[in-house]
Design a protein. Structure first.
Length: 446
């Protein structure tokens, strides 16, 4: 029976824009996701995060759920425009008070706070001046981070500078499915560079402020498998691995963007300015842990696609989630092993893993999400194998505590251990809540 180490951290994760609501309350400034969701056509079901789970007003009830769940830690993000409505300068005290209250309630419940500094809700005022393409945003982020390190110098267990910079860069600035909705590959490359620089400045500030706790960054990583063992499919998979994984792993742990990708982009007309020696060491300065968000793998082959010349495949024999993602637990083992061996991070936390399902209450108001229990069990068993083989993994966070606003899909995709009725905002614990409660208590997956 796989037991995790006694000090292994089990938690759940959320993010500000996806759960808080109160989008323009108590002095909060507009974010790029407020703007993007208010723009007709951007959100598949036409909903917004204006109310979402109304966590801003119900956080005490939600902390009580966390206490009942028994988690060791709770990962949430701070909404930058709730702290600095214009992005920098004037502080919104009421916004800061909200997070002081939340962290205080978590401490009372004996739950370690894990804070993500940036989970995509950039102040719109900064976007109006170019957003992450603009050096000013890099500086503003460093000021925002330093302010939070000073405000919560002793209370936070883990600090995560950025959540999934790949999504911010390429989904937000190339694919256009996320805020700010740009479709410009050159912008996406510039944004990825600035996100990494801003991460480095934040880590520097963390060290200078002598903040307690640990600091790291969270990447969404996906194993990439060639559709066949043909040379061109293997090369296509290598390109995709560079695009999805190595583009951030290499600068963070080796101080360089991957050479093969720089050459490929240059060949396609997207030359990226070289990083200076100072910028390289800023980005690659030591961090205390790497956060990995894992959901699925990718299977690719040679294709005619414009920039990457790849085609994606969905293996017919696999099962898929409500997001259309393949269920592939082995991929969590693979990515943890690969990252541990190739990049030697100090420590690893699985900062997100979960499944979207079309959950609905039955006639008795219960939600028997057995598929979510099966998904979590199979991924925890895969993770346990990596831990057993000596990979430095210290914790695992389920995405998500509760159903919430799933970006371009709006409120239509449910990832929670807790169901949210969006008309009454009632929370209903799913079967997976009780299953995970037992795992957290016993540190065992059966
Ligand atoms: O798509 C599920 C999750 N993936 N990682 C980032 C989160 O904000 C998403 O809800």
């Amino acid at each position: 029976m796989p037991y995790f180490p006694e000090d292994f951290i089990f938690g759940v994760a959320t993010a500000s824009y996806q759960i808080e609501g109160a989008w323009n309350e108590d002095g909060k400034g507009e974010s790029i996701w407020d703007r993007f969701a208010h723009t007709p056509g951007n959100i598949q079901d036409g909903t917004t995060g204006d109310v979402a789970c109304d966590h801003y007003h119900r956080f005490e009830e939600d902390v009580a759920l966390l206490k009942e769940l028994g988690v060791d830690a709770y990962r949430f993000s701070i909404s930058w425009p709730r702290i600095f409505p214009e992005g920098r300068g004037r502080v919104n005290e009421k916004g800061l008070d909200f997070y002081r209250s939340l962290i205080g309630k978590l401490q009372e419940a004996g739950i370690k706070p894990v804070v993500t500094l940036y989970h995509w809700d950039l102040p719109q005022k900064l976007q109006d001046k170019g957003g992450w393409e603009n050096q000013e945003t890099v500086e503003a982020f460093a000021e925002y981070a330093r302010f939070l390190f000073q405000s919560f110098a002793k209370e936070v267990f883990l600090w995560i500078t950025h959540n999934e910079p790949w999504v911010v860069s390429f989904v937000g600035h190339y694919e256009g499915r996320h805020a700010p909705g740009k479709r410009d590959f050159k912008s996406a490359l510039q944004v990825s560079r600035n996100l990494l620089l801003s991460h480095g400045l934040a880590v520097q500030a963390f060290r200078e402020e002598k903040t307690l706790g640990s600091i790291g960054i969270t990447l969404n990583l996906t194993p990439v498998h060639p559709f066949s063992d043909s040379e061109e499919d293997i090369l296509a998979a290598k390109r995709c691995d560079g695009y999805f994984n190595r583009w951030f792993l290499d600068p963070l742990f080796k101080g360089e963007f991957p050479e093969d990708m720089l050459l490929w982009y240059e060949k396609k007309g997207f030359a990226l300015p070289q990083l200076s020696e100072e910028e390289k060491s800023l980005i690659a300065q030591p961090i205390d842990f790497l956060g990995i968000n894992y959901y699925f793998r990718r299977v690719v082959g040679k294709g005619e696609g414009a920039i990457f010349e790849v085609e994606f495949f969905n293996p017919p024999q696999s099962e898929y989630t409500d997001m259309g993602w393949e269920i592939y637990p082995e991929g969590l083992y693979e990515i943890v092993k690969r990252v541990s061996e190739e990049y030697q991070p100090e420590d690893i936390y699985i900062t997100e893993n979960g499944i979207a399902l079309p959950d609905q209450p039955d006639s008795k108001g219960r939600i028997n999400d057995q598929r979510r229990i099966d998904y979590l069990r199979s991924h925890l068993l895969a993770l346990h194998r990596a831990v057993d083989e000596g990979c430095p993994v210290s914790g695992y966070f389920v995405w998500s505590l509760m159903d919430n606003f799933e970006w371009g899909f709006g409120l239509s995709k449910r990832f929670g251990l807790v169901y949210v009725d969006y008309t009454t905002l009632q929370r209903i614990k799913k079967a997976s809540f009780y299953w995970y409660q037992k795992v957290v208590k016993s540190k065992r997956v059966d």
